[in-house]
Design a protein around this ligand. Sequence first.
Ligand code: SF4
Length: 225
Amino acid sequence: MSDTATLEEYFVSEDCIACDACCDEFPDIFKMNEDHTRAKAVSKAPQGKFNPWEIVTVCPVDAISLVNLPMPPKPEGMEDKKEEAAPAPGNNLNWEERWLKVAGQPEDQWERMKRYGMASSFSDDGDHYTLRFDMPSKVPNHKLKFKWGLPENMPPYSYEINQVNDKTIRVKAKIEDENIKRLTGWMNSFPSMFLKEVQLDHPIKDHKANYDEESHILTVTLNKA
Ligand code: SF4
């Protein structure tokens, strides 16, 4: 009897925003490319090892698809399970009423850009460069934000600054609050992290960062060599 398992093949589309979620959650299947601009599927998954829905829904922008087999039916109660796993509601008094007041309102586009690390600026200031990120300050509106009693204001993201080489800096920022991170699985425009890589003209010797939690500004100073 053959023990060759059917393999599931996944594809990452150009919609990938290089958030790392699939590489972190399924490191045997996905790896980031060398430029850190797009994940790619590097191996196939034996059928049955994971539910394909777990894999495709890890992506905040729906960039992952199963390409060689049909998707199985969505697991019974998948949405309910996520919802049940939600935190004990905080202040969700009159949540439906409060949700209905904002439902359908257009999204603040600047706030949306912040969640992708795109609300940023860069300047050459003589002996150093300055990289500035306007960080998310509001938890985006969604029915579950109100139902789960999540706060209006976004708690600070954690961040890491890595000097890839003397002319490349990488900034990764992510949501640490587990309750808010859970909401990211329900919204396409709400990744749980962002990553930004900046190429510099001049080598740098060191850097320092400051996150002002009042103004939600992350400032990275890159001192030239
Ligand atoms: S989870 Fe989606 S957006 Fe994030 S790296 Fe993987 S494919 Fe790209």
